[in-house]
Design a binder for this molecule. Structure first.
Ligand code: FAD
Ligand code: DLZ
Ligand code: SF4
Length: 507
């Protein structure tokens, strides 16, 4: 008899450890533990999603004839950690051998490897590219650009391919995908689920134990099993995929979901399969139910970005989480935890994060991420924030996005230039600026948009590193043409803003 470990983001019936296990003699171990619930202060919706999905998955395994040793969080015997629960089940059953699928975080991989049992860790093959595939692709390349990796994945899967050519004659239709959205009554509404008995019980538990964490637990309408996640996917393909491409980068106040799929958490915990999701989007295009720019943009996020960031995380190793190439060390300001701010864009992104444990990619990258980078916030603190507040956050996907793409903390491994912008970009892509205390058109002086000031502050303080970057030369030329007095005033005002923010005053 062996123990078969299943973690809270391994809720897939065909996961490697279950495929190798023997229903007749092995025991599946699933454990709700405080160590996983507390390593960052997760949003209560995220904890509830994981615990409820674990409980339903365990029930499904039992109904399928598996023996499941399930530890509830409030079980008095619960040792509080995954290694502890494995040891407890080993001593209860006499088993000494554990089958596991490789966890998605170095922290937990290291903890498992230290468990004094015979441990067999299998590769997690719920991805299109194995670690070896990614390393083979990366080997010998000077730069690891996602676009080239993505083309390999298109060829390998045959998605949107016509013979060996990309459908529509181009790999990427992003230049068609940068339209600002208009608010209207016909925006798709996300599919929500009324809590069933399992979810209701978990909500009580989470409220009781984690109710003080940042984030609103109720109303809770997330999918917590594969059938519900499948319904979310079908709803997205029917109602939002056709406009996904056009409005992928758009932001509207009070409209957090726009035309996004809201499936990242379900992919990440194993309720949906990435290739299947992409085939469904491809089929919608083939049936004339979605344009190519939408299907291509969506598929690229999944077989391109999602696989690529995972490759980077495992290739770079645990040291990646300490990256801080730009030497940023300012503490994360209280506004990220909901302190009042006059900046409408940040206020909106943070308040919807508190409500929904969700923000779409451009909000994460160009609002909260952009501000963090311009203001020189410690990337490690931002990393913990993103890992805590989003329902889809697991380190393998969150860390390369935060430290690499958004904060340039890895020195440019993932992004060829920092994703920075002044207020102009936010104004173009959103309707936030109209209701802001600051003025996006004002570049300095009273009421100037802080993004406008901090943008130049960032470029000036990192001149040595970036002025020779061909994609940033134009920005430095604009700065250099500015008169010295104006430059001085901008830098002083940016400093004053940062100092005020550091005192904890409302900015
Ligand atoms: P859609 O916009 O509908 O996109 C479809 C799918 O593509 C997503 O469900 C997701 O699986 C995938 N995808 C899109 N962009 C990325 C990307 N950059 N990296 C990996 N997969 C991508 N995504 C996470 O899943 N977990 C995270 O913890 C996470 N942290 C992020 C932190 C920062 C700073 C940034 C800039 C991005 C982060 N992302 C993360 C990527 C992206 O923002 C989310 O995947 C997306 O917003 C999820 O919403 P959705 O399902 O509606 O996605
Ligand atoms: C995120 C999370 C939480 C909140 N709780 C649990 C848990 O109680 N038990 C469990 O097995 N997994 C949980 N998880 C998911 C793990 O943290 C996740 O498996 C690792 O971070 C690796 O990706
Ligand atoms: Fe954000 Fe500046 Fe626009 Fe205000 S004016 S919403 S701070 S970009």
């Amino acid at each position: 008899m062996r123990l078969v470990l299943l973690l809270g983001d391994q809720l897939t019936p065909t996961i490697a450890a279950l495929r190798k296990a023997d229903k007749a003699r092995d025991i599946v171990v699933m454990a709700e533990v405080t160590a996983e619930a507390e390593y960052v202060p997760h949003h209560p919706k995220k904890i509830a999603l994981i615990l409820a999905s674990m409980r339903k998955f365990a029930a499904r395994l039992s109904a399928d004839g598996w023996q499941v040793a399930y530890s509830a969080l409030d079980d008095p015997e619960n040792t509080g950690s995954i290694p502890g629960e494995l040891l407890r089940r080993a001593s209860e059953t006499g088993a000494t051998y554990v089958l596991a699928t490789r966890p998605g975080e170095w922290r937990l991989i290291e903890a498992l490897e230290a468990v004094p049992l015979d441990l067999e860790i299998l590769q997690d093959d719920r991805f299109l590219a194995s670690h070896a595939d990614f390393d083979n692709w990366a080997e010998g390349r000077k730069q690891l650009r996602m676009e080239y990796f993505y083309r390999e994945m298109r060829r390998r899967t045959g998605l949107l391919m016509e013979d060996d050519k990309p459908a529509g004659g181009k790999w990427n239709f992003d230049h068609e995908n940068r339209k600002p959205a208009r608010d209207d009554l016909f925006l798709p509404q996300p599919l929500r689920f009324e809590p069933d008995a399992t979810v209701a019980e978990v909500l009580e538990l989470v409220e009781d134990r984690f109710g003080a964490n940042f984030g609103k637990l109720r109303p809770f309408g997330l999918a917590t099993d594969a059938a519900q996640a499948e319904a979310v996917l079908a709803h997205f393909i029917d109602t939002a995929l056709p406009a996904f491409g056009d409005y992928q980068d758009a932001m509207l106040a009070g409209r957090p979901f726009l035309y996004h799929s809201l499936i990242s958490a379900y992919l990440n915990i194993g309720l949906l399969d990435p290739l299947d999701v992409c085939r469904r989007a491809e089929a919608a295009w083939k049936a004339g139910r979605a344009p190519l720019n939408a299907a291509e943009g969506f598929i690229r996020q999944i077989i391109g970005w999602r696989e690529y960031v995972r490759g980077i995380y495992f290739r770079e190793g645990p040291g990646y989480m300490d990256s801080n190439a730009l030497g940023h060390d300012r503490d994360l300001p209280a506004l990220y935890w909901g302190a009042e701010t006059g900046m409408a864009c940040l206020g909106e992104a943070v308040s919807q994060t508190r409500e929904e444990a969700y923000a779409h990619h451009i909000q994460r990258l160009m609002v909260t991420g952009n501000f963090g980078l311009l203001a020189g916030i410690d990337p490690g603190q931002l990393h913990e924030w993103y890992l805590a507040v989003y329902v889809d956050a697991f380190e393998w996907v969150e860390a390369p996005n935060t430290l690499g793409m958004s904060q340039f903390a890895d020195g440019g491994l993932l992004a060829s230039k920092p994703y920075i912008s002044s207020g102009n970009y936010i104004d173009r892509m959103s309707d936030y600026c109209g209701s802001c205390r600051y003025s996006v058109k004002t570049k300095l002086g009273d009421g100037a948009c802080p993004f406008n000031l901090l943008y130049w502050h960032f470029l000036a303080r990192h001149r040595d590193r970036f002025s020779a970057n061909p994609r940033m030369g134009q920005m430095y030329r604009v700065w250099d043409r500015m008169d010295g007095q104006r430059q001085e005033t901008i830098l002083q005002e940016a400093e004053a803003f940062l100092e005020k923010m550091e005192t904890g005053a409302r900015v």
